[in-house]
Design a protein around this ligand. Structure first.
Ligand code: 8YV
Length: 319
């Protein structure tokens, strides 16, 4: 009898076809009704799951009788109850490394867009406001040679630092749960307290994973430490940043601009932040290139197959 796999998000068509050849496959589809109910029903006799972007925990998994693995098409795993999975003997695999460089590219895209006011000035130009040489209202921020503060010097944080250091001759500061002398050395990066980083940086990039320490790390008090000309970029998770406090900081001009890829609620359909020209908003596209999403899907597929064939997956979250 074929093993059963639940696909719980959109997935690369070719990978889906491969799964369908090997396994009995159930695809969760929001168009077919309540997603929670579909998951609960599908997992009862499932052996494996693959997908991204859904909250999976006791509430929708407790009916699972023989689930061995969830293979997540993501590096972040804050949407899974890892303790519950571990207690239940369910392995969780994820996809680090393959998305590092493209996500760092996106962080820099937001940094440059917000610093140079690309989206606002694009609209301004197209709306015919360019009547004479631009003035102060159209000025952006310098990037080259300035200070880049990175919160979370993991793989993606380091890749962002490399772009800042080698490409823009930036002075790199970082903060995180611990100092990483080995990672920092090649980038001339200096470990400092959160407050020092916020006070000294011209650009603050959030590249930390979501955990108990990073939840709401950047609140009103933290934003108040930043410089008036500073730019904030968030490519980590929306919950790291207090969005209402960011709104106030931009409206009161206590920081210059922000570039966001992630939000407290996703998909974000309505937000006060949408009213602000000085906030660049992207729809969580950190890893969203055809090449990277393919690599992520391949890796997740491979890890699912590994577990279903009795092998340990390469990137296991809960060994
Ligand atoms: C995911 C991400 O692809 O990998 C992550 O942690 O944030 C993205 O690259 C996305 O969350 C899938 O919905």
């Amino acid at each position: 009898m074929k093993q059963k796999v639940v696909v719980f998000s959109q997935i690369d068509a070719e990978i889906l076809a491969r799964l369908q050849q090997q396994y009995e496959v159930v695809v969760i589809n929001p168009k077919l009704g309540d997603v929670q109910e579909q998951i609960k029903a599908a997992v009862v006799d499932a052996d494996g799951m693959i997908g991204a972007g859904r909250m999976l925990n006791a509430a929708n998994l407790e009916s699972a009788q023989k689930l061995k693995v969830i293979s997540s098409i993501s590096v972040g795993y804050d949407n899974y109850d890892v303790d519950y999975l571990t207690q239940s003997g369910i392995w969780l695999a994820h996809t680090p490394h393959v998305l590092t460089e493209t996500t760092a590219d996106l962080a820099f895209t937001l940094l440059v867009s917000a610093a140079k006011q690309v989206t606002r000035l694009d609209q301004w130009t197209k709306q015919g406001h360019w009547q004479r040489t631009v003035g102060q209202d159209q000025f952006g921020q310098e990037i080259f040679g300035r200070t880049l503060g990175i919160i979370g010097l993991g793989n993606i944080g380091q890749a962002i630092a490399r772009r800042g250091f080698h490409g823009f001759n930036m002075n790199i500061l970082y903060h995180g749960r611990q100092e990483h002398l080995d990672r920092a050395e090649a980038l001339n990066a200096r470990f400092c307290s959160l407050n020092e980083l916020l006070q000294q940086s011209d650009f603050v990039v959030l590249a930390v994973d979501l955990n108990a320490d990073s939840r709401q790390l950047i609140d009103a008090a933290a934003l108040a430490q930043m410089q008036k000309h500073a730019v904030l970029v968030n490519i980590s998770r929306g919950q790291v940043l207090d969005e209402a406090a960011l709104y106030d900081a931009i409206v009161n001009r206590t920081i210059f601009a922000a570039g966001l890829d992630v939000y407290q609620q996703e998909p974000l359909k309505q937000s006060d932040l949408f009213d602000l020209d000085y906030v660049v908003t992207l729809p969580h596209v950190g890893s969203a290139t055809a090449q990277t999403r393919k690599k992520m899907a391949e890796l997740a597929y491979q890890q699912l197959v590994d577990v279903l064939n009795g092998r340990q997956p390469r990137y296991l979250v809960n060994p």
